[in-house]
Design a protein. Structure first.
Ligand code: FAQ
Length: 308
């Protein structure tokens, strides 16, 4: 079998495509785009939660939050490494992000106004991320699928710590419970937007599903997330801010209202509440860290020269 035939046979047989294998250029480019966007999301995603490290309510909460934020940096690194197996460098991907030519998830363009937002992010944002990423553990590209397995284990802990923050607030004073409700009110719809446009509007889905890069569609994943999350909100005694949310016994799923797609596209195109701040912070961190990168390269060169 030649390269293209072998590729098609491997996809049909649910086998993984590995870095040295022949692959269509479109497959490679789609993976680079998606994995890079995913990696950038993990890195930019450290900002909203990092905002609360100095103000976490107890030492224990602070230690947990620091560990979580560090995990997100680690996820970014696994993902950049997975992308590098496709023939791009991490520096190139970071440059594309900084020039606004690659994206990161819309969700990280919303502010974290109260401590309850840290609970809502763990519960809803990590919850949505896991729903998507569990499906991606079966993606056809080997290095991406393997990165997902490890990331999902960590996201699962993140989701639980967020839910536990919400539980503590909901069992606390009326003011604390109101804070939890307010965080849910602000984060519910942006969390649903994480799954991307409706399948009928999704540019890449059809081809990505054929290549088994995506295994479950945007709308199906969103539905899975809603179905899993509604009972969790009920257990907390919180109300999901959607008057159209209702169990549909015929479908065996919750029906839910329409996302504000104008808001979604505004945020994706750079005009969300925090887009400018997130990128400005990212660029400043990159510039301020230049001396560390230079020192690391100089050290590596010196060691290499010594051992030569
Ligand atoms: N935000 O044709 P589709 C995390 C873009 S989890 C921004 O449907 P596709 C963990 C899309 O790129 C978050 N842009 O695209 C964490 C495309 O534009 P393009 C990251 C979005 O790729 C938790 C256009 O719209 N997870 O970070 C969004 O087939 C807590 C048309 O869309 C992943 O990235 C959006 N929400 O499906 C970290 C998962 N949705 O590229 C810290 C992997 C769509 O042509 C704290 N990615 N767009 O210019 C995926 O599964 C897919 O890429 C989708 C989009 C489902 C996001």
């Amino acid at each position: 079998m030649d390269g293209p035939e072998r590729f098609e046979a491997a996809i049909a047989a649910d086998e993984k495509i590995e870095p040295g294998d022949w692959m269509p250029e479109g497959y490679r480019q789609t993976l680079i785009r998606q994995i890079a966007q995913h990696a950038h999301s993990e890195v930019i995603g450290m900002q909203p939660e990092g905002n609360w490290i100095t103000r976490a309510p107890t030492l224990k909460r602070k230690a947990i939050l620091i560990a979580k934020v560090q995990d997100e940096a680690g996820h970014g690194l696994y993902l950049y490494s997975a992308a590098e197996t496709l023939g791009v460098s991490r520096d190139e991907l970071v440059r594309l992000l900084h020039e606004g030519k690659q994206k990161y998830s819309s969700i990280f363009n919303y502010p974290t106004l109260t401590w309850a937002d840290i609970g809502a992010i763990g519960w809803l944002v990590d919850g949505a991320a896991i729903t998507n990423q569990v499906a991606l553990t079966r993606t056809s590209y080997g290095p991406y699928a393997r990165a997902m397995v490890r990331i999902c284990k960590e996201e699962s802990f993140h989701q639980r710590q967020g839910y536990e923050i919400m539980l503590a607030l909901c069992r606390g004073t009326p003011e604390q419970k109101a804070m939890a409700q307010d965080a849910l009110d602000r984060y519910w719809w942006p969390a649903l937007m994480m799954f991307g446009p409706h399948d009928s509007e999704s540019v890449h889905s059809e081809q990505s599903m054929k290549w088994k890069i995506k295994r479950v569609s945007n709308d199906e994943l969103r539905q899975q997330f809603v179905d899993a999350t509604v009972p969790q909100a009920e257990y907390l005694g919180l109300t999901i801010p959607d008057p159209d949310l209702k169990w549909n016994p015929e479908r065996g799923h919750y029906d839910f209202g329409e996302i504000d797609w104008d808001e979604f596209w505004r945020v994706v195109k750079g005009d969300g509440p925090m887009n400018r701040e997130r990128m400005a912070h990212k660029l400043a961190a990159w510039e301020n860290g230049a001396w560390v990168r230079e020192a690391a390269v100089a050290y590596a060169n010196k060691r290499a020269a010594r051992s030569a």
